[in-house]
Design a protein around this ligand. Structure first.
Ligand code: ATP
Ligand code: MG
Length: 403
């Protein structure tokens, strides 16, 4: 029996016209994450994806990597068998033999319709064979052990352990987004959610170095490395924000500072988006979480830019966001202390119901055109690969412009 990983996807089936495109992209993403794991290249067969693995491959590493590939509903380590029912009986038994179980079921599926037996017949034949040898009872509802049999082209695949995939859509099938990534808890989760829906995230981080230290940038780099495990590589723009902040601090009322910071951050992020040929911005806002996230302030902040701003966490409680952050591993990085650029000199009682006319009047008194240009020109760009690969490659702004 040869060893394979059989990979199933759900939602892809729904997108009829695009099915090839989605499946090919998923195959490509799987091949990319499994590079150097000793697995053969993934191929599409009978509505699933198959990866052949040799006897010496690091199977646990392969499983770990696949568990982060979006678009996979579930996957399993499977063994191939000739299609004849007698072979299925024998091979199912050799897979099960020696395991401890009081009840079991056989769950056959016939993807190759030229196979002469229906899935019910396979279940009955193989079930009777196993029952006789194990003495265990058949339980279709709540079996202690399930043996899956998938009859595909030319042979059948047998397995007893199914692993959950991440769900979502294959990364790269939903286009690119620009995510405003702070070192906090929320925006990494917002980015992860967008990546889960098939987007490639380009990150923008604003820092106040040299007025603050470089900790926030290092945190963002680590978060981007972690998210690169889901999207293969992450591009980050580090944009100096101190000079713009200085103008805002000197010339506008203290209560509206954070609102002005956010509006200028969005404007710069929009410029990055144009440069990257991206059409939407993403933030980690959730209604009412902090003063800048009241409905009124969200309205006024959003009006700084033309581009739509997606807020995937808008209706989530902090507790739900923290739960995801912990699960994906960004939480431990996010809670490291840093000097966030916006926590510098913020008021005790910030404005919670900003008025657009007043904010625009404040902005009309600011002379930040040069500072914004300088911020964009001095942005540092980094290509960050997964932490395991240990790579981060500076990309000169010049190169990025030509892309
Ligand atoms: P987070 O946990 O993501 O920092 P938050 O709850 O602290 O969010 P805010 O500080 O109001 O809320 O930030 C709202 C959103 O603005 C963030 O989720 C992020 O998308 C963006 N943002 C805030 N500060 C920065 C920054 N320094 N660089 C890039 N984006 C930022
Ligand atoms: Mg924050």
């Amino acid at each position: 029996m040869d060893r394979f990983i059989v990979i199933h996807y759900n939602e892809l089936g729904l997108k009829k016209g695009n099915r090839d495109y989605f499946e090919n992209r998923l195959c490509l993403n799987i091949n990319n994450v499994l590079e150097n794991c000793g697995a053969e290249r993934a191929r599409r067969i009978s509505g699933r994806i198959l990866v052949r693995v040799g006897p010496d491959t690091e199977i646990n590493e392969i499983k770990k990597r696949l568990s982060r590939v979006f678009g996979i509903a579930y996957f399993a380590e499977a063994w191939s068998s000739p299609q004849a029912v007698e072979e299925l009986e024998k091979n199912a038994w050799s897979l099960i033999e020696g395991r401890n179980f009081g009840s079991f079921r056989i769950d056959a599926r016939r993807a190759d319709k030229s196979f002469p037996h229906t899935s019910v017949e396979i279940n009955q034949r193989v079930g009777a064979y196993v029952k006789e040898r194990s003495g265990a009872r058949v339980d279709l509802e709540d079996a202690q052990l399930t043996c899956w049999i998938e009859v595909v082209e030319k042979y059948a695949l047998l397995y007893v352990e199914r692993l959950e995939g991440q769900g979502g859509l294959p990364v790269g099938t939903s286009g690119k987004v620009v995510v405003l990534l702070s070192g906090g808890i929320d925006s990494p989760v917002a980015a992860w959610r967008m990546i889960k829906r098939g987007c490639t995230a380009v990150f923008v981080h604003f820092h106040s170095f040299p007025y603050t230290n470089k900790e926030s940038q290092e945190k963002v780099r680590q978060i981007a490395a972690l998210l690169a495990e889901y999207q293969l590589r992450s591009k980050i723009y580090f944009i100096p924000f101190a000079e713009i902040q200085r103008h805002i601090m000197v010339d506008t009322p203290i209560e509206t500072r954070v609102i002005l910071y956010r509006r200028y951050m969005l404007r710069l992020a929009e410029q990055v988006a144009w440069r990257e040929k991206v059409r939407v911005l993403v933030t980690g806002d959730s209604v009412g979480q902090v003063a800048s996230q009241t409905i009124e302030n969200i309205d006024v902040i959003s009006r700084a830019v033309q581009m739509p701003i997606l807020r995937p966490l808008i209706g989530d409680d902090k507790i739900e966001i923290v739960e995801i952050a912990r699960r994906i591993g960004t939480y431990d990085i996010s809670i490291q202390p840093d000097q966030d650029c916006c926590s510098l000199f913020v008021p005790k009682h910030p404005e919670t119901k900003a008025k657009l006319t007043e904010i625009e009047a404040s902005e009309s008194r600011l002379d930040v055109v040069e500072a914004m240009k300088l911020a964009m020109d001095s942005a540092e760009i980094l290509l960050q690969y997964p932490a395991a690969a240990g790579l981060s490659v500076p990309e000169s702004a010049q190169e990025a412009k030509t892309k």
